[in-house]
Structures are given as structure tokens and as C-alpha cells.
Design a protein around this ligand. Structure first.
Ligand SMILES: [Zn+2]
Length: 401
């Protein structure tokens, strides 16, 4: 239960370029959707603490996490993990693939330590290599996990331990598979991004999503007028950002799952200061709840922490609004998490969107709200006004209509 299918995060997949072009999104079934809806419904009542017992246990700061990494080995490539690249002048004990795998685990642990602000603890990781023939062509994640446990000598998986099993011959068509609050990860693509992302599911994270309503009109806020892109938040690895050293999670994701930082409550009518959402300040996120919907405000300055290469983002300081709820947004995807509100600049007057005419083509996606803008929250009679956007902080108000 609770299994989640994944796209291939091809960019970090250095060693097996033949898979690099696979970009298929295979979504989980209705079972997944129902589980998610139940979890989210409960979560909203309890300050968005993950509601399942398993995810709670995996999320307690007292839990020391441990990665037990098992590489299954193809029958026809018995040295898959142990072979060293030719013409290496320095002798290494690990083969190139195993060394790469160890590097991805180290990067992944560094990422999650950073994004929990050092609260998450990890024990020393363990690595095991299965004998030739253990990586078989099949789509059977639980059989691969069982094989991995046997290879690692584990009869059961203790709380905090995450079995990561790599089967490069997996035929399911996804790059990785994690489980909400779970304790195993299946990988076919064993790059860093995939591992970070799948472990994120084990830690209770859903996808960083985005939402667009026709003509950028969020007053018509319903399932027919609006669409949800499950992976659409460009900002982080639970969405669709590229891997790079500075990649973080959105403050909203961190606040809703790790409570680092704690979101501050919006005081209606007051001028509120938001700092750029980096790791060094707590004044980076505000939350506002209205009739089961939750709204999150954070400040994003592209030049400071921009960490992706595609051009559909307006390059301007902006207050981003993410929301959780209503139910129909969740129904648009199998594991929709916080949803970033996006608009198309072609829907808006040029007085609002002052785009450089040389910056063609137009029709950019706006991922936030610019200085001087007002925006009525979808699903709530409250208006956001962006008063100012400075180099490190912005001022906004939320007022009742
Ligand atoms: Zn995922």
C-alpha cells in the first residue's frame, strides 16, 4: 500500500545513458489516491503532521535513520558494481558503480540533514552487493525488497532503517519507488535526485505541485476551470527542479512536514515581513487557514536561490502562494502536496507584468506575486497585497474583502 510511481530523473544518471531519455509518468491507482486523501484530511486537522503511524515514527527527530543500500547484480554483468573504469591510475577498492552509489547516498544524507536544519540524524550507511543473477527483469518491487533484505541479512526492517534496492533491470518503467511513511525504496535509476525524492516520500513528503486556472482567473476556482500539475512546482526535488548543490525544498514543504521552520500565523490586516526563504532565518513562511484550505506565503528572489535552467519563470522577486485543499485539487493527482499558484503573464496587463521585450517568447509562467499586486485567494474572501519586495525581504498584507 501507499506505493508511488515515479518519473525518471534523467539528468543525474551519469552511467547508464541508454535510459536517460525515458521520461514516463506512470501514476499509481485509485488505491493510492484514497490513501492520500485520508492522510491529508487528517493531517489538516493536526497542523499537517503526517497522520499514519509509520510516517510519524519515521519523522520523529529522535529516530536515527539508516540507509541499507543493496545493489542487485545482473546475471550477464557479474561485475556491474565492482568493475573499475579502465585507465584509472589510482587504485580504488570500490568499482565505479559502487563508488557512484556511495556518493549518491552521501549527497542524499547531506540534503536531508540540511533540509531538516540538522535535526535529522543518520547512522553510517551500509552497502551490499547481490550475486550475479539477483537483478532480474521483472516488475516486482516487493520481491526486490525481499531479495535485498535477504542479501543484507535482515529479517525485518527496524524503524528508521530504509532499504534502498537497485534493480537496473526493473521493468516497471519508473525510475524509483518510495512509500509514504515507508521503509524501502526501489530504484532503477540510481542518481542522487531519485534517491532524495524517494526518501522524501518515506519521510512523509508529497509532490511539490502547481495549479493554473483558465485565464489566470482564480475566482473561478473549481475542477473544471483549474488544472493541477502534480510535479509542477519548479522549486524543489519533490517537484521538478534540477539537482544542483543549492537545491532545497520550498519553505512550505519544510514547514508542513518537518516544521522547520514553524509557519507563523497571518494576522489579518497587519503588514507582515517575509524573508527570502533560505535556511538562515525563521521569518520565511506564514500560514493562513480558511474552511479547510491552507495557504502558505513565502518570498522568493530568483537571483538569490534560483537553481534551475528552464525559462518559464519570470525572473523577478515574488511572494509565492502555495495551498493545500480543497479536495478536488487532491483528486487531480495521486500524491499532490502543497500546490504553487501559477499564472500566465499573457493573461495579465503589462502594467502588472513588466517583461523585457527581448525576453521572448512571451507567455511565461508567473510563479508568484510581484510588488504592487493584489490577488484574491482562491477559495477564501481574502486579498493578498504585496507592498514591497526588497533584496532580502518583502512586506505583504492579507485583508478581508
Ligand atoms: Zn514522487
Amino acid at each position: 500500500m501507499g506505493r508511488q510511481f515515479e518519473p525518471v530523473w534523467a539528468h543525474s544518471f551519469k552511467f547508464l545513458p541508454k535510459y536517460a531519455q525515458i521520461l514516463d509518468l506512470i501514476h499509481g491507482g485509485d488505491c493510492m489516491k484514497r490513501i492520500f486523501a485520508a492522510v491529508l484530511g487528517l493531517a489538516l486537522l493536526t497542523s499537517i503532521v503526517p497522520a499514519t503511524a509509520a510516517s510519524k515514527a519515521q519523522n520523529e527527530w529522535a529516530t536515527t535513520h539508516k540507509i541499507v543500500y543493496v545493489g542487485l547484480t545482473p546475471k550477464d554483468q557479474p561485475n556491474f558494481w565492482t568493475e573499475n573504469e579502465t585507465d584509472t591510475t589510482t587504485a580504488t577498492s570500490d568499482g565505479a558503480m559502487l563508488a557512484f552509489a556511495k556518493e549518491t547516498v552521501a549527497n542524499t544524507i547531506a540534503f536531508w540533514k540540511q533540509n531538516s536544519r540538522g535535526k535529522m540524524k543518520f547512522a553510517t550507511s551500509k552497502f551490499f552487493i547481490g550475486k550475479a543473477g539477483t537483478a532480474t527483469e521483472r516488475c516486482d518491487s516487493s520481491a526486490d525488497v525481499k531479495a535485498a533484505m535477504k542479501i543484507a541479512g535482515l529479517k525485518s526492517v527496524p524503524i528508521g532503517t530504509h532499504i534502498v534496492v537497485v534493480n537496473v533491470y526493473d521493468t516497471c518503467g519508473y525510475a524509483g519507488l518510495g512509500a509514504f511513511g515507508g521503509n524501502s525504496v526501489n530504484l532503477r535509476s540510481f542518481g542522487t535526485t531519485t534517491l532524495i525524492h524517494e526518501l522524501g516520500h518515506n519521510f512523509g513528503y508529497y509532490h511539490s505541485s502547481a495549479m493554473y486556472c483558465k485565464n489566470s482567473d482564480f475566482k473561478k476556482f473549481n475542477a473544471t476551470n483549474c488544472s493541477v500539475d502534480e510535479y509542477g512546482d519548479f522549486r524543489d526535488l519533490m517537484g521538478n527542479d534540477e539537482w544542483c548543490p543549492d537545491t532545497t525544498l520550498s519553505a512550505t514543504q519544510r514547514a508542513t512536514i518537518f516544521h522547520t521552520p514553524l509557519a507563523k500565523s497571518v494576522k489579518i490586516g497587519a503588514e507582515l515581513t517575509l524573508d527570502v526563504s533560505n535556511m538562515s532565518t525563521d521569518r520565511i513562511i506564514y500560514e493562513f487557514g480558511y474552511k479547510g484550505n491552507w495557504y502558505f506565503f513565502e518570498y522568493y528572489v530568483p537571483s538569490v536561490n534560483r537553481c534551475m535552467s528552464f525559462s518559464s519563470i519570470l525572473y523577478a522577486p515574488q511572494i509565492q502562494v502555495r495551498m493545500i485543499g480543497p479536495a478536488w485539487t487532491v483528486a487531480k493527482g495521486n500524491s499532490v502536496g502543497p500546490i504553487l499558484i501559477v499564472r500566465s503573464d499573457s493573461d495579465l496587463p503589462t502594467s502588472v507584468v513588466n517583461v523585457d521585450p527581448e525576453m521572448l517568447p512571451r507567455d511565461l509562467t508567473l510563479t508568484g506575486f510581484l510588488e504592487g499586486e493584489s490577488f484574491q485567494l482562491p477559495g477564501a474572501p481574502y486579498t493578498l497585497t504585496v507592498k514591497s519586495t526588497g533584496s532580502t525581504s518583502a512586506v505583504f498584507t492579507l485583508a478581508k474583502n
